[in-house]
Design a protein around this ligand. Structure first.
Ligand code: DC
Length: 213
C-alpha cells in the first residue's frame, strides 16, 4: 500500500506551495493535478493530435525554489501559468472525457515511498482511500494576492481587480461543474491558512502523516 496525502482546495489557497514542500520534505512523489489539466489545455491549443500520448513530451522540473515545465525541451512555464491556459484548463476540465483521459495518468503517480497529490478531486475521486485528506482554503483577498505574486514572479503583469474577477469566475466553474466538482469530503480536515505560515501548515500535516501511516 502506497501512503498518500491528498490536498484539495480552490485556486490560490496555497495547496501548490504546501504540497510541493511537503513532498520534498517527506521525499515522496508529488502530483500537481492542475498542472496536468494545464498541460492538456496547452496540447489542445497547439492542435496536438494524440494528447494522452504526448504527455511524455512534457517534463516537470521542480525544487524548493523554482519550477519549470518543458515541452520537447522548450520552456513553456509562463504559457502554462498564464491567463489563456488558466481559463482554458478550467473550461476543458468540465468535460468528462477530458477527466477520464487524465485519470489514468494521475493514478500512475502513486508510487513508493508515497505521494502528495493536490487538486480539486484528489480526496473525493482519485484517491478516496487516502488516510490524510486536507481541504485547504484561504480568504478570497489573500488568494488574489498570492496569485498576483505568483504571476509577478513569472514575470507577468497583474491587474488586481481583473485577477479577482477571474478567480471568482474560476471558483464558480470549479465548484459548480457537473463532473467531480471541488468539494470538501466529510473525512477531510479543513485548514484555513489565511493567516498561517507555510511551515505551520506543513508541520501540522506531517504530524497527521506520522500518526496515520
Ligand atoms: O490548480 P490549478 O489552478 O493549476 O488548476 C487548473 C484548472 O484545472 C482548474 O481551474 C480546474 C482544473 N482542475 C481540475 O478540474 N481538477 C483537479 N484535480 C485539478 C485542477
Amino acid at each position: 500500500m502506497v501512503p498518500i496525502v491528498t490536498i484539495d482546495g480552490p485556486s490560490g489557497s496555497g495547496k501548490g506551495t504546501i504540497a510541493k514542500a511537503l513532498a520534498l520534505k517527506l521525499n515522496w512523489n508529488y502530483l500537481d493535478s492542475g498542472l496536468l489539466y494545464r498541460c492538456f489545455a496547452f496540447l489542445h491549443s497547439e492542435n496536438i493530435e494524440n494528447i494522452s500520448e504526448s504527455f511524455s513530451r512534457i517534463e516537470h522540473k521542480y525544487d524548493s525554489k523554482s519550477e519549470n515545465i518543458l515541452f520537447d525541451g522548450n520552456d513553456i512555464t509562463s504559457a502554462i501559468r498564464g491567463k489563456e491556459l488558466t481559463i482554458l484548463s478550467s473550461q476543458l476540465s468540465q468535460k468528462s472525457e477530458v477527466r477520464e483521459q487524465l485519470m489514468q495518468i494521475q493514478k500512475q503517480f502513486r508510487k513508493l515511498p508515497g505521494l502528495v497529490a493536490e487538486g480539486r478531486d484528489m480526496s473525493s475521486k482519485l484517491f478516496p482511500d487516502s488516510k490524510v485528506k486536507i481541504f485547504l482554503t484561504a480568504d478570497l483577498s489573500e488568494r488574489v494576492n498570492r496569485r498576483a505574486n505568483q504571476l509577478r514572479n513569472d514575470g507577468q503583469k497583474v491587474n488586481i481587480s481583473e485577477l479577482k474577477n477571474e478567480i471568482e469566475l474560476r471558483d464558480g466553474r470549479d465548484l459548480g461543474r457537473e463532473h467531480s466538482p471541488l468539494v470538501k469530503t466529510d473525512d477531510s480536515i479543513l485548514i484555513d491558512n489565511t493567516s498561517k505560515s507555510v511551515t505551520e501548515t506543513i508541520d501540522f500535516i506531517e504530524e497527521l502523516v506520522n500518526e496515520r501511516y
